[in-house]
Write a protein that binds this ligand. Structure first.
Ligand SMILES: Nc1nc2c(ncn2[C@@H]2O[C@H](COP(=O)(O)OP(=O)(O)O)[C@@H](O)[C@H]2O)c(=O)[nH]1
Ligand SMILES: [Mg+2]
Length: 366
């Protein structure tokens, strides 16, 4: 579904020029709030079936097919008639009582899972605003220790909040032919990367979006990290190395059938924060491997659910309950961090000012 809002003194007239109600009566005769089925007709005689609802004396909603084309055709027809198109940002700013509500409204459109949408919906309904208002009250009544604790907790949750609309980036790296592509395919549930017995098959970065446990992830399969004569493969290796530096989590994959050597040790030392995996455990018993390695088999799927779980545990280390206050934009995070610094410096009134601006700032100006 797509919903187009039309507002203004002549809104009904603008829509009535194109909308032919199935009931055969003019749009203005329908009561507010009534759902009216009919056809949207364009100048060229084309059109589609839509639903129009008068939401107020000067506002309507046009519900049409989703995707971009149907909504675009209707918006173009309205614009040709003289309507002015508004950006979602401008809309959110006008219709929200504060900047957090406006940001939540926009972020909700970007949410890709029910879990992230539920968290954002709670912020839309005021969870974060209330937490900030409570902190302001605590600060003004001299309870700055409690206020500082709350701010620190909000900042911590914000590290998850920033990923509600932006997936965590998980990169699979390791020597060639260990099963990186097979494992990412396994986790994604479809064949995104080419799997081939020949080392050096994956030459570029292949990324695909997914979600684990309702948390949005982007998995990236990389070229094997090795020295190579092949210029294209080398470029793949160098891109992988650059990408790894920016990833939220690196999964280093090794091969259970290969003996541990200095090169592998070097790789492990280079990425000390990586999640370590030993794959192909169907071919060789990996139970003797060190406990900080997770044994998997991309072939049989053994260890793959555990890998998924460990990725989530690493990236989302704290529990989040629906209704929790969670900052979710860099602007909110900056304001909260600045307020916490001010509290720590004993500048309570400055902290209060920062927090007030986090809520009452002109929406979306920064
Ligand atoms: N037996 C077995 N073979 C695997 C496993 N994972 C990958 N392979 C095979 O190992 C080869 C290399 O796999 P690939 O995913 O392309 O490795 P990459 O170079 O690290 O991406 C292919 O022939 C795969 O079928 C596994 O868990 N068990
Ligand atoms: Mg590969």
């Amino acid at each position: 579904m797509a919903v187009i809002a039309v507002e203004g003194a002549d809104a009904t007239e603008y829509v009535a020029r194109h909308f032919v109600p199935a009931a055969g009566k003019p749009l203005t005769s329908f009561p507010l709030g009534r759902i009216n089925f009919g056809r949207w007709e364009q100048a060229d005689g084309k059109g589609e079936e839509i639903i129009v609802c008068r939401t107020g004396e000067t506002s309507l909603e046009v519900n049409c097919h989703g995707g971009l084309a149907a909504a675009r055709a209707i918006m173009n027809a309205l614009a040709t008639g003289g309507a002015v198109e508004q950006s979602p940002e401008a809309w959110a700013t006008r219709h929200s009582r504060d900047s957090i509500e406006a940001e939540a409204w926009l972020a909700l459109a970007e949410a890709r899972t029910a879990r992230t949408a539920a968290i954002l919906l709670a912020q839309y309904r005021g969870a974060l605003r209330q937490a900030i208002e409570l902190t302001i009250d605590e600060l003004t009544s001299g309870d700055s220790v409690v206020a500082a604790q709350r701010l620190a907790m909000l900042l911590e949750r914000g590290h998850i909040g920033l990923h509600l609309t932006k997936p965590w980036r998980v990169v699979f790296a390791g020597p060639p032919n260990v099963g990186k592509s097979s494992l990412t395919n396994c986790l994604l549930g479809y064949e995104r990367s080419i799997v081939f017995g020949e080392p050096g098959t994956t030459r570029d970065l292949l990324s695909a979006p997914t979600a684990f446990d309702g948390w949005p992830m982007e998995l990236t399969d990389t070229a094997g990290l090795r020295e190579s004569e092949d210029a294209i493969e080398l470029e793949g290796v160098s891109r992988a190395t650059r990408f790894l530096a920016e990833a939220d989590l690196t999964v280093l994959v090794f091969d259970a059938t290969c003996d541990w050597d200095a090169r592998q040790e070097q790789l492990r030392a280079r990425y000390p924060k990586a999640l370590l995996v030993v794959n192909k455990c169907d071919l060789r018993d990996a139970s003797g491997t060190e406990t900080d390695f997770l044994a998997t088999s991309a072939l049989t799927g053994s260890g793959v659910p555990e890998l998924m779980q460990q990725i989530v545990t690493r990236l989302v280390p704290r529990e989040m309950v629906p209704g929790d206050a969670v900052p979710f934009t860099p602007r909110q995070m900056q304001a909260i961090a600045a307020a916490l610094r001010a509290v720590d410096d004993g500048q309570v009134s400055h902290a209060v000012e920062m927090l007030r601006s986090a809520v009452t700032a002109e929406p979306l100006t920064t």
